[in-house]
Write a protein that binds this ligand. Structure first.
Ligand code: ACO
Length: 422
């Protein structure tokens, strides 16, 4: 075989030639000779957990494509709802398909009154909106009992539409509750981002008309966050999905990982970091502390991108458009200086650490008036489309239940000692 590796078990002298397919070797082939030898790879750094036809990332060259379409083209010409359709169905919709999709999502934006009254209003007054969202999404499974019929294509599609449609409503509901404002019902006459902004900001006016440029900026941010192949949240979605849990429970699992500061929580962490630095004159001291291992430069570095994150480039442009309307975020100068220093510093250059999607997104959200606690929720809204696309793909692939091996490093067998003898 031209493309293969040969592995010899030196204990027995036996050899096996394993074909290399798509730059990888399959565990099934490996198992034939070395069935008792595991790969020790806790963070999946060298393990492909699946094959997927949804999103392609070339981390060395800073390339991101959804279903083959470059992210730059989608950000410029498409809308989040169209991108969600693309991720889920594999092709851009025709006019008729899009009209139906848009209609279906729009008409599923309402949440059951008991989700609001019993769950959302049951949280403590200072609950983190991301904690509320994770719990509320899981709770939805108790409202749509048919959702567990995951092999019924029609049922599956219905839950996908519900989840995509209800995420903004739950997100806005979490925010309104946390600031003591009444819930705003969805307005079906508005498009997806404008409706979300209406649910966030409407006060007493009969209809809230968002600034179209800000609604558009938010929509582009939604496109950029819609999918990112096997990230931590998507991996969680696939693991939960492989156990055949319903899509609400799977989405809650995925959203729970997004809550973490190493993942979707980084946009929040960036603002805290910039606020802590406080002034451009403190940047050098801060960078020194990062290089000495006292903390990380939040919003920098990525497991896959070893080049500029293409989403960060687009976000930087949107930031300028948003700041023209909202006024410049005072933290921007600190962020720009941090980037300038980092990109010229041997520590960051040698480790290929570049700004990721979260470095500038928080600055835009903050300028648009979103409270810091809701940033990760803003990430979860569009990522739902990606999670569900992977969930659907996993079921179509009929993947086995995800069940990794472990290396046991605990004590040898020992006898129980009764409490009075310890
Ligand atoms: N600041 C300073 N040093 C860093 C940073 C950073 N942000 N990121 C990585 N490094 C250093 C590490 O200390 C390590 O150095 P060493 O080789 O001397 O030990 C080296 O770069 C490699 O880092 P790892 O932690 O091994 O990289 P990994 O792929 O595991 O981590 C991660 C990726 C989690 C994104 C990391 O870069 C990080 O913590 N960044 C900050 C948080 C962040 O922005 N997260 C958002 C990611 S994008 C997203 O989820 C939407």
């Amino acid at each position: 075989m031209a493309e293969s590796v040969t592995i010899t078990d030196n204990r027995t002298g036996e050899s096996i030639e394993i074909p290399i397919v798509n730059d990888g070797i399959s565990a099934a082939e490996w198992k034939k000779l070395l069935g008792n030898i595991w790969f020790y790879d806790p963070a999946f750094t060298q393990t492909a957990s699946t094959s997927s036809a949804i999103t392609e990332i070339d981390g060395d060259n800073g390339i991101l494509r959804y279903r083959g379409y470059p992210i730059e083209q989608l950000a410029e010409h498409s809308s989040y709802l169209e991108v969600a359709y693309l991720l889920l169905h594999g092709e851009l919709p025709t006019k008729e398909q899009f009209a139906k999709w848009n209609h279906d999502v729009t008409y599923h934006t309402f949440i059951h009154e008991n989700v609001r009254k019993r769950f959302m209003e049951g949280f403590h007054y200072d609950a983190h909106p991301m904690g509320m969202l994770v719990s509320a999404v899981a709770a939805l499974s108790t409202f749509y009992l048919e959702a567990k019929n995951i092999h019924d294509e029609e049922v599956r599609e219905k839950q996908i539409i519900r989840l995509i449609a209800k995420m903004p409503t739950l997100a806005a509901c979490a925010h309104r509750f946390s600031v003591g404002q009444p819930f705003v019902y969805p307005d079906n006459s508005l498009d997806f981002p404008s409706n979300f902004l209406s649910m966030m900001w409407k006060v007493a006016e009969p209809r809230y008309d968002a600034n179209p440029a800000l609604a558009h900026a938010l929509d582009v941010l939604f496109i950029l966050h819609a999918d990112h192949e096997q990230n931590c949240g998507t991996a969680a979605m696939r693991v939960a999905g492989s156990a055949h849990a319903d899509p609400y429970s799977c989405t809650a699992a995925a959203a729970a990982t997004l809550y973490g500061p190493r993942h979707g929580g980084a946009n929040e962490a960036v603002i805290h970091m910039l606020t802590q630095i406080g002034d451009i004159t403190n940047v050098d001291d801060f960078m020194k502390s990062v290089k000495e291992g006292r903390g990380r430069l939040q919003g920098f570095g990525h497991r896959v991108y070893k080049n500029y994150d293409p989403r960060a480039k687009i976000i930087k442009q949107i930031a300028d458009e948003v700041f023209e309307i909202t006024g410049k975020n005072p933290l921007l100068d600190i962020a720009l200086r941090l980037e300038e220093v980092a990109l010229a510093d041997e520590y960051f250059v040698s480790r290929k650490l570049y700004p990721n999607v979260d470095f500038y997104s928080g600055l835009i959200y903050q300028a648009m008036g979103f409270p810091i606690e809701i940033f990760t929720v803003l990430f979860a809204i569009p990522r739902t489309a990606g999670w569900l696309a992977h969930w659907k793909e996993l079921l179509e692939q009929d993947q086995k239940i995800a069940r990794p091996r472990q290396l046991y490093i605990g004590p040898e067998v020992r006898d129980y000692v009764p409490l009075e003898q310890r």
